[in-house]
Each structure stands twice: as structure tokens, then as C-alpha cells.
Design a protein around this ligand. Structure first.
Ligand code: URA
Length: 210
């Protein structure tokens, strides 16, 4: 498994504003979108492309286009929805699938079963987006779900992760093609399952339910 932890002052700056408990929902949503676009730039580094001939106003040359089948972007409801716009801005031709948990977040009820996912093509690359990699239980189940439905490689983009979350994904990934792109690697989980220092409940902060 490849793990990339962002190391860019713009990303750290935006994350710092997200972490601030005083940041209101509209700003939180806007910054999440911007952050995801920056993280998606890194996450798409290995996207498959096909050479094409193009004619410029001056001459003909060789360019590239994103290969078929196109990547599939899979936000996980609810908080992952806040990441969708930022991703499709960079990958406008990507297909979009949705993944929803059959129950709301209850740390005691893992592993959970995803439901409501659209069928994906057998050769697809999937880019799954959920802002917070906490224990890794949800992400591991989501990645397994995508591989079971034919994904050949999965790239997960998270705003924040924890060492235990990364270890859990590493263990489930084995020798499969999984890439993890994190905005930052935080210290740990607290006893309630929140990332420390973290930013609180991402879904609540995105949708103004705090
Ligand atoms: N999910 C969140 O939204 N926040 C956390 O800190 C952990 C999981």
C-alpha cells in the first residue's frame, strides 16, 4: 500500500482553519472542497492515460487523455458528500457512485455493511472519499466492497488520518493496489472515537448540525 501524507503549506493552512472550532459551516464546506482538490491532485498522480495525436495551431503533437474505463469517484455519505465537488473539479469526466452505511456511526457496531452502491465496471479504478480515517474500520469495509465489485485499484482520500487507521488499512490491503492520501496524520483516537487533535465530527461541521 502507498501512503501519501500531504506536505504543502497551503494544505496545512486550510486544515488549520478547518480544525478551528469557531469556523462556521459555510467556510468549512468551502475549505473542504478546496482541500480535496489539492489532495486529488496528488491522488491522481498515477491515473491511467492513453496517448493521443493532437493538432495545435502550429503543428501536430502527442498528448494524453484519461483512459477508459474512467475513474469512479465514490463519496461515502454523509461527510464524503462534502468532498465530491472538490474531486470532480479535477476529474470532470469521472463517474460518480455513492456509498452509504446502513446505520449511522456507532463505533461499537463495526464492521458495518455498506448499502446503496451503484454497480461498477470490472476494470475500474475507484477513488473513495470520506474525510476522516479514524479506526479504519469503515474505510476497510468500503475498500473491500469496491474490490468485491471489481475495482482493480482503490485510492482513498481523507482530510485526516490516525496511525491506527493507517495500520488497519495496510493490514486489509495486503498486496492489493491501494493508495491512501491524507491531508495530515494526527496523533491518535480518543475514548469516544474522535481523532486528536482532529476537527470534530466532519459531517456535523459540514452540515451545520453542531
Ligand atoms: N469521524 C469524524 O467525523 N471525526 C472524527 O474525529 C472521527 C471520525
Amino acid at each position: 500500500m502507498r501512503v501519501h501524507v500531504a506536505d504543502h503549506p497551503l494544505i496545512t493552512h486550510k486544515l488549520s482553519v478547518l480544525r478551528d472550532a469557531r469556523t462556521p459551516s459555510p467556510v468549512f464546506r468551502q475549505l473542504t472542497e478546496e482541500l480535496v482538490t489539492l489532495l486529488a491532485y496528488e491522488a491522481t498522480r498515477n491515473v491511467k492515460v492513453t496517448p493521443i495525436e493532437i493538432t495545435t495551431p502550429v503543428t501536430t503533437t502527442t498528448g494524453v487523455k484519461i483512459s477508459e474505463p474512467r475513474p469512479i469517484v465514490v463519496p461515502i455519505l454523509r461527510a464524503g458528500l462534502g468532498m465530491l465537488e472538490g474531486l470532480v473539479k479535477l476529474l470532470p469526466t469521472a463517474e460518480v457512485g455513492f456509498l452509504a452505511w446502513s446505520a449511522t456511526r456507532r463505533p461499537s457496531s463495526r464492521p458495518r455493511t455498506p448499502s446503496g452502491f451503484r454497480t461498477i465496471s470490472p476494470t475500474a479504478s475507484a477513488s473513495r472519499s470520506d474525510p476522516m480515517l479514524a479506526t479504519g474500520g469503515s474505510l476497510a469495509a468500503a475498500i473491500q466492497f469496491l474490490f468485491d465489485r471489481g475495482a482493480k485499484d482503490v485510492t482513498a482520500i481523507c482530510l485526516l488520518g490516525t496511525p491506527e487507521g493507517v495500520a488497519a488499512i495496510e493490514a486489509m490491503a495486503g498486496d492489493r493496489d491501494v493508495t491512501l492520501v491524507l491531508g495530515a496524520l494526527d496523533e491518535r483516537l480518543d475514548e469516544k472515537g474522535y481523532i486528536v487533535p482532529g476537527l470534530g465530527d466532519a459531517g456535523d461541521r459540514l452540515y451545520g448540525t453542531v
